[in-house]
Design a protein around this ligand. Structure first.
Ligand code: NAD
Ligand code: ZN
Ligand code: ZN
Length: 346
């Protein structure tokens, strides 16, 4: 008899997810089967379910790319992962391993890359099939629920902050203090930077202060750009835009110091106007950043093991996924919701 599992599927773009019993997938040669313990809900899952981006995933699919679980089966030929290991199945599900990008630890831009919860079924399900060469190895001392947000939100902001090239003592603006941004403040502090947090929500800004932001600015204030320039002595050396809002991108470029770097990680659909004269005359770098390499993943997790970064999580069952999506869409999730597949006592 085929075993079944609960999963949340996108069956049509822009519609509620459908929770159904589907067959438990099998680990083929070179693959592993992971029994999901927890999976974070990223704003990217919302973009995926809405079909927001140019390359849409094939329907139906199971979203979720912050899935953490225990390996319960290994396919033929797998040697790098064993049954019983705790792993994470991230956005970078697999890559070719031999192109110029793979060979230089820039595998997220590999032309053959597959994406968890997008081109491959993800973690909003009781089991996930994964590629053992690309799973995150969750260090001992880190629980599944607290690790979940780190394997997308954590690695993305850690890498994004490095890409700003801001140095210890310098200023960084973190724009958007949600799932990504609340971790970004902590990574930036641990990396010796002074943080200016920007959001449109008073609660998120108050939280930013508690997490160690030296300055908080409401992006809706008409003088938000001037306020950042005043606080940082002429603009931030690095700006990291995580907000899923085009308005934040234009504003973030204007908050960048001369010779500074504005790193874009938020992915709202669309385009934003760039003031060419200011960017050229102030020698500003605008740079995209897309998750990170497997090495970045190990480094990002190590910060949490050392106690320097801790995800602020709200646990919910899989059955609540549509309510969670609605709240996320309206900015009503405090930091990160994690779907808990092993509620206490089970
Ligand atoms: P989230 O919904 O948890 O947080 C977004 C935050 O942005 C909220 O606090 C919201 O109040 C704030 N915000 C909204 N409009 C704003 C504005 N105009 N100015 C400042 N702040 C504003 O979302 P998340 O899970 O943190 O994801 C954020 C974005 O990052 C999404 O677009 C997601 O797809 C993208 N993302 C990109 C990568 C990557 O590799 N580049 C990885 C993960 C997520
Ligand atoms: Zn994500
Ligand atoms: Zn490649």
């Amino acid at each position: 008899m085929t075993q079944t599992m609960q999963a949340a599927l996108v069956e049509a773009f822009g519609q509620a997810l459908v929770i159904r019993e589907v067959p438990v997938p099998q680990a083929g040669p070179g693959q592993i089967l992971v029994k999901t313990e927890a999976c974070g809900v990223c704003h990217t899952d919302l973009h995926a379910a809405n079909g927001d981006w140019p390359l849409r995933p094939a329907l139906p699919f199971i979203p979720g790319h912050e899935g953490i679980g225990i390996v319960t089966a290994v396919g033929a030929g797998v040697t790098s992962v064993r049954e019983g290991d705790r792993v994470g199945v991230p956005w970078l599900y697999s890559a070719c391993g031999h192109c110029e990008y793979c060979l230089s630890a820039r595998e997220p831009v590999c032309a053959e890359a597959q994406f968890g919860g997008y081109t491959k079924n993800g973690g909003f399900a009781e089991y996930i099939v994964a590629d053992p060469n690309y799973v995150a190895h969750i260090p001992a001392g880190l629980g599944a629920r607290e690790a979940a947000p780190l394997i997308c939100a954590g690695i993305t902001v850690y890498k994004g902050i490095k890409e700003t090239q801001a140095r210890p003592g310098e200023w960084i603006v973190i724009s958007g203090i949600g799932g990504l941004g609340h971790l970004a403040i902590q990574y930036a502090k641990a990396m010796g930077l002074q943080v200016c947090a920007v959001d449109i929500d008073k609660g998120k800004l108050a939280h930013a202060k508690l997490l160690g932001a030296a300055v908080i600015i409401n992006a809706l204030d008409s003088d938000a750009i001037e306020a950042v320039k005043m606080a940082t002595g002429g603009g931030a050396h690095g700006v990291l835009i995580t907000a899923p809002s085009l308005a934040a991108f234009r504003q973030g470029v204007a908050m960048t110091r001369k010779w500074g770097t504005c790193v874009l990680v938020g992915l709202p659909p669309g385009e934003f106007p760039t003031p060419l004269f200011d960017v050229v005359a102030n020698c500003i770098t605008i740079r995209g950043s897309f998750v990170g390499s497997r090495r970045d993943m190990a480094e990002a997790l190590a910060f949490a093991v050392d106690g320097k970064v801790k995800a602020d999580i709200e646990l919910q069952p899989l059955s609540a996924i549509n309510e969670v999506f609605t709240r996320l869409e309206h900015g009503q999730v405090p930091s990160r919701v994690v779907i808990d597949f092993a509620p206490a006592g089970k």
